[in-house]
Design a protein around this ligand. Structure first.
Ligand code: IVH
Length: 679
């Protein structure tokens, strides 16, 4: 081997191993940054020497050119379907049929596996290299989706080891894990795109893309469950051993798989997995039981398109149809008004469901839901039941359109809906009972006024019993009524009153954050405080002055203006200041004292001597803009311990990198000595 081919082989082997550890075993062996580094090294060599590129190279997963249509694939060994069992009786019948046909009284060994809710796929390997991927289709003919399956990281492009049959067809399920499905739908919802009804449809839709780059962007996984064609080698005598062999060749097999004895073992397994179903990170719609002995499977054979030696014992359905009887509008903690569907009670996913969230009015519009409609309800696991579809064919003539109320159902303030936002909100703010408690909880929280001992439950009790109604009321509280609250005594009440008084000494940034201005989080509050130095100039700031603040765009700026323009907010602030809330003045550094003006810095990793927020504040004091991601516009990166992909990217782009010591030096050069000031 030449040096280069040796280097390529080594990089590929390292990447394949890392990929296998990460996607097949769920046990990452190297940090992402190291993987990226090795990948880019290989990619660079391959770019310079395209003649060395092979289809099994890890660089070849990303997705090639789009197809105009899928070609057809004949399955030499048909891809079968399964008969169903819905209860114990069906399972006993299945077991009895098998024993009768085998003419035996022996207890049968069954291999048990979760029935993954995805798409059946066949993968063909020639001399250990993936050469074809196909859908099941009608069982005899499927579609060639080779380009798409190559993008799925848990599918080996090349088998591990060297003891494999020259021709090997592995079958299994491509599925989308629950978390990936939720993220995909959340993104679609944010973009106003159509949502997928369930992970199975999402997996099917993702696999049937003509452009493999689209498939590559979807979080798909593959888990194998059976053998198709095999030539040139003997396979083990038991199905369970075949699966174990697949694992050794680099495939993902289901860790829940188990061999049991007789139908009693199957029923126990079914119960155990039913308990575990919600905790699994992928969806299953039942259990597949298979006679473990391949020779017995062969004796049993098939009836129509299903084997006699296997059955799917189904779980209760997670999707059902019912009637949408009414809509109620609930007011949430930020004033968000959420339509909630009242349903004709229906048993779905193991429980009776009578409510479902509709998220917002865009969702109502997207679904085109009307009162009186038949709707498909989905309740997967512990998640809140959702309406995934309206059955338009069943729409009654008197179905009623749903519209947003003009007034808040709790406080009768106006409901506002900004065009760019999906959510409608009550404008009542602290006046609205639904929002008051949450506003006070936020005000007291650690990153806000940091009132030790004032937890959520206590705020609720104090509001419910009429002791507080506003932020300012907190500062008028006395220990006596507090001591009467649940789980409080005199001592804890006194401690709380002391903590409330202590919170009067704060910082401008914390105070701004505590006010609960929409879209003003900790970082924005800090930027506003740093920029304006005090409350007065901020309250009066016009739009263009706000837009000059780091990371403040037109939406945030408008929220700030609206907040201070509201007379009742102004009253709240005046009162708090009168009560004695105060903060140290911030020196606003003149532009001439800002040596890093116009430069963009990024902070990553863990700094030993300060938090990242503190590092950011220092950089901002020096005039730098602090961004969250590294790009060609970044001037320098501050990298603490365990810096990951941002560090690699900065190195790749040749950007200056400061470690913590170099950063401290940089600060002191510009007159900042960390650790000087008291907190
Ligand atoms: S075995 C001859 N095992 O269920 C047996 N199927 O209706 C063929 N499925 O199309 C299938 N998990 O997509 C088998 N552990 C598992 C499975 C499984 C899911 C799907 C498969 C098949 C359908 C059967």
């Amino acid at each position: 081997m030449t040096d280069l081919s040796h280097q390529i082989a080594k990089l590929r082997q390292q990447l394949e191993h890392a990929n296998y550890q990460y996607y097949v075993l769920d046990d990452p062996s190297i940090p992402d940054a190291e993987y990226d580094r090795l990948f880019h090294q290989l990619k660079d060599i391959e770019t310079q020497h395209p003649e060395w590129i092979t289809p099994d190279s890890p660089t070849q997963r990303v997705g090639g050119a789009p197809l105009s249509a899928f070609s057809q694939v004949e399955h030499e060994v048909p891809m079968l379907s399964l008969g169903n069992a819905f209860n114990e009786e069906d399972m006993n019948d299945f077991n009895r049929r098998i024993k009768d046909r085998l003419n035996t009284t022996d207890t049968i060994r069954y291999a048990c596996e979760p029935k993954l809710d995805g798409i059946a796929v066949s993968l063909l390997y020639e001399n250990g290299i993936l050469v074809r991927g196909a859908t099941r289709g009608d069982g005899a003919t499927g579609e060639d989706i080779t380009q798409n399956v190559r993008t799925i990281p848990s599918i080996p492009l090349k088998l591990l080891g060297d003891q494999f049959p020259p021709i090997l067809e592995v079958r299994g399920e491509v599925y989308m894990p629950k978390a990936g499905f939720d993220q995909l739908n959340q993104r679609a919802r944010d973009n106003g795109d159509k949502l997928f009804v369930n992970p199975r449809n999402a997996a099917a839709g993702s696999l049937r893309q003509l452009d493999p780059k689209l498939t590559a962007a979807r979080p798909l996984e593959f888990c194998c469950y059976s053998l198709g064609r095999v030539e040139g080698a003997e396979m083990p005598e038991y199905h369970s051993d075949i699966l174990a062999q697949f694992g050794k060749w680099g495939f993902k097999t289901n860790p829940e798989s188990k061999v049991v004895s007789g139908v009693a073992g199957c029923l126990d397994y079914y119960q155990a997995l039913a308990q575990k179903r919600n905790a699994l990170n992928y969806e299953i719609d039942g259990i597949v039981f298979k006679v473990d002995s391949i020779s017995l499977q062969q004796k049993l054979g098939f009836v129509s398109r299903a084997p006699r030696w296997a059955i799917a014992h189904k779980f209760p359905a997670q999707e059902e149809m019912t009637t949408l009887e009414a809509i109620e509008f609930q007011v949430g903690r930020t004033g968000a008004i959420t339509p909630v569907a009242r349903l004709k009670p229906i048993f779905v996913g193991g429980v009776t469901v009578s409510n479902a969230t509709l998220h917002n009015m865009d969702e109502v519009k997207r679904l085109d839901a009307r009162i009186g409609d038949s709707v498909v309800i989905r309740r997967a696991g512990d998640v809140i039941p959702q309406i995934v579809k309206v059955v338009l064919e069943n729409r009654p003539a008197d179905a009623q359109m749903i519209s947003l109320p003009k007034l808040c159902p709790v406080c009768q303030s106006h409901v506002e809906r900004i065009d760019s936002e999906a959510v409608a909100r009550c404008t009542g703010g602290l006046v609205c009972g639904a929002q008051r408690k949450e506003a006070i909880k936020h005000f007291a929280s650690r990153k806000a006024m940091d009132i030790d001992g004032l937890g959520d439950k206590l705020v609720e009790q104090l509001v419910d019993e009429g002791h507080i109604d506003s932020f300012a009321d907190l500062y008028h509280l006395t220990a006596e009524p507090v001591a009467q609250m649940e789980r409080m005594g005199e001592k804890s009440a006194n401690n709380l009153i002391t903590a409330i008084a202590a919170s009067k000494k704060t910082t401008l940034a914390k105070f701004l954050y505590a006010l609960g201005i929409r879209e003003v989080g900790v970082a924005t509050a800090q930027n506003l405080a740093q920029h304006f130095g005090d409350l007065r100039p901020l309250v009066k700031a016009p739009l263009d002055a706000l837009l000059a603040v780091e990371d403040v765009g037109p939406i945030v700026a408008q929220h700030v203006i609206n907040f201070f323009a509201e007379p009742h907010n102004q009253k709240v602030i005046d009162e708090l200041i009168r009560i004695g809330i105060h903060w140290p003045a911030i020196e606003v550094v003149a532009a001439s004292d800002q040596p890093l003006l116009g430069e963009t810095y990024v902070v990553t990793g863990t700094l030993a001597q300060m938090g990242r927020d503190q590092a950011k504040t220092y950089l901002q004091q020096l005039g730098a803009k602090v961004s969250g991601s590294v790009s060609s516009k970044t001037n320098a990166l501050i990298a603490g311990e365990k810096a990951g992909s941002k560090l690699t990217k900065a190195q790749d782009l040749g950007i200056q990198v400061f470690d913590e010591n170099a950063f401290l030096d940089l600060l002191s050069q510009h007159g900042i000595t960390h650790g000087d000031e008291a907190e």
